[in-house]
Design a protein around this ligand. Sequence first.
Ligand SMILES: *Cc1c(COP(=O)(O)O)cnc(C)c1O
Length: 396
Amino acid sequence: MSGQNPVFIPGPTNIPQRLFRAMNVQTIDHRAPDFVEVFAPVLEDLKKVFKTKTGQVIIFPSSGTGGWEATITNVLSPGDTVLVARYGMFSHRWIDLCQRHNINVEVIECAWGTGAPAELFAERLLADKNHQIKAVLVTHNETATGVLSDVAAVRKAMDGAQHHAMLFVDCVSSLASMDFRMDEWGVDLAVSGSQKGFMLPAGMAIVAASQKAMEHSKAATCPRCFFDFGDMIGANANGGLPYTPPLQLIFGLRESLNMLEEEGLENVFARHFRLAQGVREAVSAWGLQLCAKEPGLYSDSVSAIYVPEGYNSDQLTNHAYDVYGVSFGIGLGEMAGKAFRIGHLGALSDVMVLSGLATIEMAMKDLDYQIELGAGVAAAQDYYRKTTGVALSKAA
Ligand SMILES: *Cc1c(COP(=O)(O)O)cnc(C)c1O
């Protein structure tokens, strides 16, 4: 295989050449001034991506799951209660992680394909007269189903109930590809990672904490060491980490932030919308259904697509990989065998997306799906032709 084909999994995403070059650096002493000079502005510039002025950005060498663990252990104590809705594999895994830390999780079960249920949260918070609930946890973009939740609506529900719980948001597959507003939405802990919108390899959890969360961290008794906010912030103040930093990744993050800044965050979001909309036009031309139940829930970073009754989505994604050398996301959890996913986030252009649509069409045709070869591609082409120039991609 040439290694030239883009991946269409929703993370890790395609790494632009520019970031490869930025990471291609020899070891330097992480205590030397040249590292210190690179690192401090990275933390500052990340605030712009989270859209926070008052929050504290904290990064850990780990995947996004480590970011989840950091949020839970730094601000909660065993026995604390959190309120979460389960509507996909990622919200499910965050719940599991809380339970293993002996957090009491009140779960609202929701149909997969729906998002965070602001009204049900409001009901539960109103009923919680003694304010037992310490935090509400929301998966902003449920990567398993391609659903984007309305975090502002959750904040409104919390304020409406006059409840003082904190708001934790998993924005691993939304930050730097769809709009995220930490301060405006009153998010107390936001968790992201290096391998999705930031276009880098996995290896860095990127967390932002509000002043309220930092205050809570003083009394929180969950055991923590590697992920301790206090140790990290203390070391950051001296220009480093409490342990060996992943130097090359941090150099990559520096350049990734430069790329996002050059394109402009709002243009990055517009590009993701346009790419996603082309994919949705193709899905509709194929006569297939998205898992996301209504347009207001559509994610611009990933689409989960049901295959027709009688077909197996794993067979489709395996075929696309084995025969054409292109990776698509498989169906996770409840979606296993029933849906495949097209990741359309990160360093991606309309031309790249068209290649993915053409490939999955060939695979569907090979497996006797009732589609017309070219139908999805043509629908996307039409849309891209009409909208070209709206947000010309620089990221690819
Ligand atoms: C990718 C992802 C994560 C983090 O997963 P890791 O594999 O630990 O990096 C968490 N939440 C969501 C919604 C994700 O898409």
